[in-house]
Ligand binder design. Structure first.
Ligand SMILES: [Mg+2]
Length: 289
């Protein structure tokens, strides 16, 4: 999850209130529209929560994952973690690494809470949501991970959820039916760094990693932060991996792609961040305008 979503809608609500106070003195003002202020996260949240197009997209990724799993099992030289995998990996037992949020579990009710209340992101509230253990499975994820476990593949979840919700996250995943390996810690939460390479290396020390599956660039590479141009270069450097051993779920709601658009500079105001995003749109104009 993002760490610094500050509420643009709260700013708009404040502006609207000031405008109405000023207007009341002279002219009648129509009733304020009911409900929360406009929120840029509305469409993404609605899409992820109820569009069959979203379900079809995640099911499509996991259907491909199933095919790739079989290819990877059959090819001992195959690894999805070339940067971390050491010599002799060909003979290690197989594992896969999946991210948790918006990869195997769906946190759209938390996003919907922010959209409907105008709240910004708060680590405390996010951890309260995690402790509620109410996240649902992303369509396709359960069937795929259970299939992998049945084929003898150990399933690891490498997540940037905090250590303080490690237990709640593990219980949430297990209650949904996600495979857990007895006697092994397969849920690796964030400790000192959000970069996942160190935790991937903990897995590659004992396993051949067949697939990485995630919704964020950082689920695959450690240099996932940077300008859009820098991110594109890292993407291109791994061109042959996408759709093969690296599989990506759609997440239009949040991620490092979004903060990249405002330089990961959380000291900027929400309106400054929003203006930077607008400035980067490649917009067509009709003739004559
Ligand atoms: Mg995620």
């Amino acid at each position: 999850m993002p760490h610094h979503h500050i509420s643009f809608s709260r700013f708009i609500a404040t502006c609207a209130a000031i405008f109405m106070l000023a207007g009341c003195a002279t002219t009648p003002v129509p009733d304020a529209p009911s409900g929360p202020a406009p929120d840029d996260r509305l469409n993404a949240t609605l899409w992820m929560q109820q569009a069959v197009e979203y379900k079809a997209a995640t099911e499509t990724v996991y259907a491909l994952a199933s095919k790739r799993l079989d290819e990877a099992l059959a090819d001992r030289s195959w690894t999805a973690a070339p940067a971390e995998q050491g010599a002799g990996y060909e003979n290690l037992p197989p594992a896969i690494i999946l991210d948790a949020d918006e990869t195997v579990i769906d946190n759209s009710p938390f996003q919907a809470m922010m959209v409907t209340t105008g709240a910004g992101f708060s680590e405390d509230t996010w951890n309260d949501w995690a402790r509620d253990e109410k996240a649902m499975a992303v369509p396709g994820a359960l069937q795929f991970t259970q299939e992998a476990a049945a084929k003898g593949v150990t399933v690891f979840y490498v997540t940037n959820r905090s250590e303080v919700v490690d237990g709640a996250t593990t219980r949430n995943l297990a209650a949904l039916g996600f495979p857990m390996k007895a006697g092994e810690d397969t849920v690796l939460t964030k400790t000192d760094t959000s970069k996942k390479g160190v935790r991937r290396a903990m897995v590659t020390a004992n396993y051949r990693v067949l697939l990485l599956i995630g919704d964020n660039f950082g689920d695959f590479v450690d240099d996932y932060k940077g300008t859009p141009t820098e991110r594109q270069q890292v993407y291109d450097a791994n061109a042959e991996r996408w759709g093969r051993e690296w599989l990506v779920l759609p997440n239009p709601s949040y991620g490092s792609w979004e903060s990249s658009a405002f330089g990961d500079d959380y000291s900027l105001s929400p309106e400054e961040q929003r203006q930077m995003k607008l400035d980067q749109l490649k917009a067509w104009r009709p003739k004559g305008e």
